[in-house]
Ligand binder design. Sequence first.
Ligand SMILES: [Zn+2]
Length: 126
Amino acid sequence: MFKLAGESPSDGGKIEEVWDRAALPCLLMQWLHDPISEDEIVRLLAERPERFGVSEDGLRREIEAALLLGPCIPETSAVKLRPRVHRFLRGLAHFWRCTNPDCGKLLGENIEECDECESRALPLAI
Ligand SMILES: [Zn+2]
C-alpha cells in the first residue's frame, strides 16, 4: 500500500490513512461506478499526467494491486473500494451424454456406454 501511495512505511501512519490519501483508490471508485474492463481502467490511468511514461504492464500491476488490496482495507477507511469481479466459468463440464436420441441420458465423465440403452456416450459440449 505504501508503494502504491508513493510513501514509505517509515513515514508512519495506519494503512487506511495511507489508502485514503492515495489518488488511485478514489479514481478507481469513480471509474468503476459503472462496469468497465481492466483494459479501459489502464487506458484511463495512462491519461493521468503523473503516470506519463509508465508502461502498460506497470499500470496494470498497480491497478490489480489496488483492486486486490481495496477490500482488505479496514472499514474505518473513508475510501471503500469493494469491486465486484465477474468471472465466467463454463458450466456442466465433465458430463457425457448418451447419443441415442430416444434416450439422451446424462452420464458422468468418461462413461462411454449408456447404462440405460447401451448406446455410445460422448462428452457433452455446451
Ligand atoms: Zn442411452
